[in-house]
Design a protein around this ligand. Structure first.
Ligand code: PGA
Length: 243
């Protein structure tokens, strides 16, 4: 079964979401687990309307437990809404908001403490890709992001391999590369966590749509993290239908 997880980023509004919910509910796709990472303010609404058919997650959380951090939302608060997962370390957070591997590690620890599945995003920049540093970069991101987290704490961890140069650009890594990198990530996790690592899902993200999904998601790849093509219910559902 493949996971098809949408990431709405800072898009949609209440009216668009109502229409999305109506179309999404009409469709049934077997053998696919859909999920949506949505802005905090819409979590409750989406959870109520789609919670049975779709995993519902947040796009970020604070690295702190509580306190004087104006504008932040803690993992404990998110747990109050029974969210199924939370994105962490998305490349837009790393680049635009200068999030470091150390902060990402703290966020993952907060999520685990609050029994929320972290959907941990990793991936190389275009420069790193051109310098053939992909494996080196993602190894560092994984080791630093998961530092201090032991095998019994993985809490259904999901990893999304998203080359930064493929996000929102219409360019994707090719199927062979995605397969190779997924294999590399799974082997690395096996070395770190032994048999427990087998519960970790590894997704691909970066310009996935209903046309390219079946080609990009080989057997080894557990699913996709989808930005742009998750904003429209039909397009999103079609990805699930085609994989
Ligand atoms: P995209 O975004 O599908 O629009 O490339 C993917 C993501 O940001 O997770």
């Amino acid at each position: 079964m493949k996971y098809i997880i949408g990431n709405w980023k800072m898009n949609q509004n209440a009216k668009i979401i109502d229409n999305f919910i109506k179309s999404f509910k009409k469709n049934k796709v077997n053998n696919v687990k859909f999920g949506l990472a949505v802005p905090y303010v819409y979590i409750e609404k989406i959870k109520k309307k789609l919670g049975k058919t779709c995993l519902v997650g947040a796009e970020n959380c604070s690295e702190y437990s509580s306190g004087a951090y104006t504008g932040e939302v803690s993992a404990e608060m998110l747990a109050d809404f029974n969210i199924d997962f939370c994105l962490v370390g998305h490349s837009e957070r790393r680049t635009i908001f200068a999030e470091t591997d150390e902060q990402i590690n703290e966020k993952i620890k907060q999520l685990i403490k609050n029994k929320i599945t972290p959907l941990f995003c990793i991936g190389e920049t275009l420069k790193e890709y051109e310098n053939k540093e992909t494996k080196k970069v993602i190894k560092k991101q994984i080791e630093k992001g998961l530092k201090g987290i032991n095998a019994s704490e993985l809490n259904n961890l999901i990893i999304a391999y998203e080359p930064v140069w493929a996000i929102g650009t219409g360019k994707t890594a090719d199927a062979k590369t995605i397969n190779n990198i997924t294999e590399y990530i799974k082997n690395l996790l096996l070395k770190m966590y032994g048999e427990n690592s087998k519960s970790i899902k590894v997704l691909y993200g970066g310009s996935v749509n209903s046309e390219n999904a079946s080609n990009l998601l080989t057997d080894l790849v557990d699913g996709a993290l989808v930005g742009g093509a998750s904003l429209n219910a039909e397009k999103f559902i079609n990805i699930g239908r085609n994989v």
